[in-house]
Design a protein around this ligand. Structure first.
Ligand SMILES: CC(C)(COP(=O)(O)OP(=O)(O)OC[C@H]1O[C@@H](n2cnc3c(N)ncnc32)[C@H](O)[C@@H]1OP(=O)(O)O)[C@@H](O)C(=O)NCCC(=O)NCCS
Length: 191
């Protein structure tokens, strides 16, 4: 299914050349608006193959507080090599979105670091469940997510899905992770 991929005005945006020899050189931090162009290049590189949803400037600026990035600093400059987001949907549910790792940096554990960082953010917000729609279910299994029947997802998810270009022919797998610490403390408060 062809989709429109926003490119910040640059046709065929591709992530910059990069090589990471030691992941200890990398910094994980909240995204800033100045990162939006680099995040969009990374995300849309994969979106062009329908592997993930495209994200353009308007979406990224308006949701910038959802995003974290992994950057490779070099003097005054830095290169964004990975990004991901956590979007709060309801008091008990948040969605992991836009996990993208630069093709030259895959297999180093960055994807898992992103997901773990976002799950920790979810936990810190007191939200007991995180879910994802994905085509890479084996990766998310490694991150503690389990498949869930999409009809068991609450209506608030469908309100979001209705904005998605894949709405009528969604090929993604829905997966959920329950954050035990938050769920346990909510149960204790109820008792
Ligand atoms: C999927 C993606 C985020 C994984 O990032 P990564 O940094 O290469 O993954 P990691 O190195 O953190 O891998 C963590 C574990 O998942 C496994 N894994 C990674 N990608 C996998 C895949 N595509 N299929 C199955 N397992 C995978 C790794 O082998 C590793 O397992 P281990 O802990 O037993 O060693 C990355 O390949 C990517 O950006 N893909 C394109 C965009 C995309 O599909 N994003 C997901 C949108 S929902």
């Amino acid at each position: 299914m062809p989709i429109a991929v926003p490119t910040f005005g640059a046709k065929g945006a591709v992530p910059p050349d990069v090589s990471v020899s030691d992941i200890r050189d990398l910094v994980v931090r909240p995204a800033k608006v100045g990162d939006a162009r680099a995040m969009s290049a990374l995300i849309n590189y994969y979106a062009a193959d329908n592997v993930m949803l495209a994200r353009g400037p308007q979406y990224l600026y308006q949701h910038i507080q959802d995003y974290i990035v992994v950057s490779l600093p070099s003097g005054e400059e830095e290169t964004i090599v990975a990004c991901g987001a956590l979007h709060v949907l309801w008091e008990d549910l948040a969605e992991i979105r836009s996990i993208a790792v630069h093709p030259a940096c895959q297999g180093l554990g960055l994807g898992k670091i992103l997901v773990d960082t976002l799950v920790a953010r979810c936990e810190n917000l007191g939200i007991p469940r995180a879910f994802v729609f994905t085509l890479v279910d084996d990766f998310f299994r490694k991150c503690g997510f389990r498949p869930i029947d999409r009809k068991d997802l609450p209506p608030v998810v469908w309100a979001e899905c209705s904005k998605c270009p894949k709405f009528y022919r969604c090929d993604e797998i829905s997966m959920m992770r329950t954050l035990k610490a938050v769920a346990d403390s909510a149960k204790a408060e109820d008792n």
